[in-house]
Design a protein around this ligand. Structure first.
Ligand code: PXL
Length: 284
């Protein structure tokens, strides 16, 4: 398959990307999904852990936040020595952690209009509805993190929380994208959840100057834990390889569609999307 991102040759330093996100003890989402995705997209993944979740296939039983200063120190340590060509945020949990992440990113040239692109996946809740962001942190997400985003990739619940727009069709999809651009994001990707009965999923990618519609085949599976993380991490991986935002999103959509097709059951609840199909030699 010629659309895959190249894996590094043995001994060669790969492109690097940083995930700033929470740990999922069940291994399906969060930094675990990000690291799997990055590795299989030929990228060395670095990590700034924001929170440790106690989690399995049926839900989140606990959250332990990492002190904001330690989150920022992880970002500074990695960026100043290893260097990254892209970064991504996932679960940030609290306003002080958001503040610390934004300050470190500003200082290191990561984000909107800077040399290192930042993918913001504005994680608010798990698929079971367990909160992964404190309700008093929404404002910090809107006013501090979204303006720092090269691209923001909310799901439809997060779109509603951030913009108040209920996406039901093409007009509201564009309305939501415009609101996120007004908040200061460089690009907004809005998923086409209104067409749930259709065999296709139509997403809208928009900046102030460009508009792209991305259509992909809709995979029906009960096991889609980590799907949003996997999409954002694959976009960050393509950006780390030097691709443009529209090319990276086109890649990410194909990647996550393949991962949804390979999702597997786990425990007694929801299983994760899986990138392990990439290990099949037939796909080289
Ligand atoms: O899929 C969003 C997400 C992100 N980060 C962590 C999570 C989840 C969902 O459960 O647990 C740590």
């Amino acid at each position: 398959m010629d659309w895959l991102l190249p894996l590094p040759k043995p001994g060669e330093t790969p492109a690097r990307a940083l995930t700033i996100a929470g740990s999922d003890s069940g291994g399906g989402a969060g930094i675990q999904a990000d690291m799997r995705t990055m590795a299989l997209c030929g990228v060395h993944g670095c990590v700034a852990v924001t929170a440790v979740t106690v989690q399995n296939s049926v839900g989140v039983q606990g959250v332990h936040e990492i002190p904001p200063g330690i989150v920022a120190a992880q970002i500074r340590s990695v960026a100043s020595d290893i260097g990254v060509q892209a970064a991504k945020t996932g679960m940030l949990s609290s306003a002080p952690i958001i503040e610390a992440v934004v300050s470190a990113c500003e200082e290191l040239g990561i984000g909107h209009g800077q040399s290192v692109p930042l993918v913001v996946d504005p994680v608010a809740a798990s698929m079971h509805g367990d909160p992964l962001l404190r309700s008093d942190a929404l404002d910090a997400l809107r006013t501090r993190l979204i303006p720092q985003a090269t691209i923001v990739t909310p799901n439809l619940d997060e779109v509603r929380l951030l913009t108040g727009v209920e996406v039901t069709g093409e007009v509201s999809q564009r309305d939501a994208a415009e609101k996120l651009l007004e908040m200061g994001a460089e690009w907004a990707l809005i998923k086409g959840g209104h067409l749930r009965s259709s065999p296709e999923s139509r997403d809208l990618l928009m900046s102030d100057a460009e508009r792209h519609e991305l259509t992909s085949y809709r995979v029906r599976t009960g096991h889609d834990h980590g799907g949003g993380d996997t999409l954002a991490a694959s976009i960050a991986s393509a950006l780390a390889h030097g691709h443009s935002v529209p090319a990276a999103v086109t890649f990410g959509k194909r990647w996550v569609t393949k991962c949804l097709e390979s999702a597997y059951p786990l425990g007694s609840g929801h299983g994760p999307v899986s990138p392990l199909w990439r290990l099949d030699p037939k796909d080289d």
